[in-house]
Design a protein around this ligand. Structure first.
Ligand SMILES: [Zn+2]
Length: 173
């Protein structure tokens, strides 16, 4: 199986609710995400995916949505205040752990129909969380992803389910 990995760096802030460690306090990370795409066959260019395609799509989305953004659980009491102050804020249905952020990026890649096999988020130099495709059935989607009619770079992706970005679309329940 072939694989390519794109590395993207971004900064984010977060805190964890219902958690007793020091990550319950607001703090930030210089994160590094590794996006791994895999395929059993190469396209006519001899590629799994052009790195430039990943840059144009996923990196652009990370730059505009997650970079320099506060990631909070949807019911975090800080969320309404940040929304009023028009701070960059993304609300997740779960605690914004490295695992949850890795899955968020993985799901976005799936929506782009990229043959993503794993997303690894390095929260620090020593701590990394991974979300990966877990079933053999995913290999079928890897094959079908090579259909040129499904070029993800030719269209804008839909918003990520459960994700509300920016003050206008933020929602707190
Ligand atoms: Zn943290």
């Amino acid at each position: 199986m072939y694989a390519v990995t794109k590395v993207i760096r971004f900064c984010y802030g977060h805190r964890l609710l219902d958690y007793r460690g020091k990550c319950r306090y607001l703090h930030g990370h210089n994160g590094k995400v590794e996006i791994e795409l895999g395929s059993l066959v190469l396209d006519r260019r001899g590629m799994v995916r052009d790195f430039e395609e990943i840059k144009r799509t996923v990196q652009r989305w990370i730059d505009t949505t997650l970079d320099h953004t506060m990631l909070l659980r949807r019911d975090d009491p800080l969320a309404p205040m940040l929304r009023r102050r028009r701070e960059r804020c993304v609300l997740l249905d779960t605690n914004p752990t490295a695992e949850a952020i890795a899955k968020l990026i993985f799901d976005y890649c799936v929506r782009l129909r990229f043959p993503v096999t794993a997303v690894r988020l390095w929260e620090t130099e020593h701590s990394v969380a991974t979300y990966r495709a877990s079933t053999p059935a995913s290999f079928d989607s890897l094959r079908s992803s090579l259909d040129p009619a499904r070029d993800p770079s030719s269209r804008d992706p839909e918003p990520v389910e459960g994700l509300r970005t920016g003050p206008e679309r933020s929602r707190v329940t």
